[in-house]
Ligand binder design. Structure first.
Ligand code: SF4
Length: 371
């Protein structure tokens, strides 16, 4: 699926803008019940592992990866919906990692989320005016006619008819319901909006409308977004920079077009090869990279590079040594990739053959029962 939108894409890159959000070595583990009966050892899902990121004021950072790669968990840690296991989160220059709920409360106005499912995230029994007015009620900043006029103004901003204030969510289409979610997020002119797969539940034509709305609002209001998606073509359209996650870690990070044109991590290359191209000639020339096996268990992630059981370029070094996230010679300074053997421009990695023991690959990718 490719995107033809009428909007003008993300706001211009703000590399010189102030850092609004800084994440340092963030770790999030979830305890799980062990399947082994005779053990006292607790097991953990390693959902996010040692992630460091910066988001500058007025920009959009796209966060991409397969389901279960940790991108939504990372977003929820930033919004302080989950406590973190380790690392630091700085927002607007302030360490918010361990703020108490009371101290976090005023900051909640500045960090808002838009959720994936416009059908499930709205209470079907409540009127739209009341749903959008929630933030004003919770923070006790407006009531009565004042709240109503603020809500109707927000409805206008997102392209909803303010006269539909008293309708129920079921009376709106999917795209309109997502606009309701956007309006609610905008109530307090937040500094950061985390968009967690905001268009993946919508039809393609409606997706483009919501993406354009988000871009327009960003330009008008100077918003900063973290935009989560599993579809790279969506992320390319809306993001200034993109970070690709694999099994809880950042695999690669770069300005959007740089990532699109010069992927260095084999995983990014494989994701890009799956994006349909509008030009049939170009599409015919490109080889789809099929990755071996499934994503390994985040309870027992593979040693060394976590991608090695599925990587066409894997070597023995990849099994034993974890690659650092660094910039390669000649790349854009903001382009970092965690790979010992990065992809060269023009290289076709579908022709590569991994040079590690096959049984090791199979065991670590979890293809053998009980492995
Ligand atoms: Fe593949 Fe090795 Fe690079 Fe990991 S470090 S992505 S296994 S080549």
């Amino acid at each position: 699926m490719t995107f033809e939108t009428t909007g003008s894409g993300p706001a211009p890159s703000t590399q010189s803008g102030d850092v609004l959000l800084k994440i340092e070595n963030l770790v999030k583990h979830f305890p799980v019940k062990s399947s082994k009966l005779i053990t006292r050892e607790r097991e953990f899902v390693h959902a996010v592992e040692d992630v460091s990121l910066e988001v500058r004021q007025g920009e959009t950072l796209g966060l991409v990866g397969e389901t279960g790669c940790g991108k939504s968990t990372l977003a929820r840690c930033v919004a302080r919906l989950y406590p973190v296991t380790g690392g630091k989160i700085f927002f607007d220059g302030r360490d918010i990692t361990s703020l108490s709920p009371r101290k976090m409360r005023p900051l909640r106005r500045d960090i808002q989320m838009i959720f994936q499912d416009p059908y499930g995230s709205l209470n079907p029994r409540r009127r739209v005016g009341s749903i959008i007015g929630d933030p004003f009620a919770i923070h006790r900043t407006a009531k009565g006619e004042d709240r109503k006029s603020k809500v109707q103004h927000l409805m206008e901003m997102v392209g909803l008819n303010p006269e539909h204030y008293n309708r129920f969510p079921a009376e709106f289409s999917g795209g309109q319901r997502q606009r309701i979610g956007v309006a609610r997020a905008l109530a307090f002119s937040p500094k950061l909006i985390i968009c967690d797969e905001p268009v993946s539940a919508l039809d393609v034509s409606i997706q483009a409308q919501i993406l354009n709305l988000l871009s327009d609002l960003q330009r008008e209001l100077g918003l900063t977004y973290i935009f989560i998606a599993h579809d790279l073509s969506v992320v390319r359209h809306v993001s200034n920079r993109v970070a690709v996650m694999y099994l809880g870690r950042i695999a690669e990070q770069a300005p959007s077009e740089e990532m699109w044109n010069h992927p260095r991590h084999p995983y990014t290359d494989a994701l890009l090869s799956a994006v349909p191209l509008p030009d049939p000639d170009h599409a015919q020339q490109r080889e789809r990279i099929i990755l071996a096996g499934d994503v390994p268990s985040p309870i027992h992630p593979p040693s060394g590079c976590r991608f090695h059981p599925r990587c066409p370029k894997a070597r023995q070094t990849c099994v034993s040594t974890e690659p650092e996230l660094i910039t390669r010679l000649g790349d854009d300074a903001g382009h970092i990739a965690a790979c010992h053997f990065p992809v060269e421009d023009g290289e076709d990695i579908s022709l590569s053959t991994p040079a590690i023991a096959e049984d090791q690959r199979v065991v670590e990718s979890g293809l053998i029962a009980g492995a």
